[in-house]
Design a protein. Sequence first.
Length: 228
Amino acid sequence: MGYDRTIAVFSPDGRLFQVEYAKEAVKRGLTSLGVVFKDGVVLATIKTASSLMVPASTEKIFQIDDHLGAVAAGLLADARVLVTQARVKAQVHKLTYEEPVDVWTLARVIGDRMQISTLYAGLRPFGVTFLLGGFDKTGIHLIESDPSGMLFEWQAYAIGRGALLANKLFKQKWRHNMSEAEAIDLAVDVMNKTEKERREGVIDIAVLKRDNKFKKVREEEARRSATK
């Protein structure tokens, strides 16, 4: 038991149990996903709603800059803190270099901050995983940052409690050079199949395109705009 009481001690088989527990927290979160299409990225998640709740008070898809967005699964309080730091870094980079920050540069900022929390006693890992989507001069990117600080780039990927089924569906249905409408249809289809038991939740979608800024829309609006 002593090996899971502090983040700074490896177990005999080389595991950091607190990091693994943080990943379990992510698996308990509602499904979130990202899909790359030929002109940009679609980010989607389930946004919980209640008759007594102000919808704008909960946020799982975050705008970081005009060309950058992120969707989270896990502890949203942790997500909010990391997104605030990422937004500051993006603006500092823009003011310093007079150009938008690269997607991978910002992903490393988030990953580095998450990794620091795996090194020191008295800290706990961030219980959240991000999918960072956007575009820059190097192309279109969808990058995952997990509680260990590891970074992975995907063409389509899901996190949260429905990730296992969602990623199987992506392997079957995702293809290169998808249109925006096809990417939105795929995201909605996968979300509906992985979150069948959702009751008061709605699908929240953000679209980032090379010729447009970050735009957050609801399911019906996204479908209409994509088919125009």
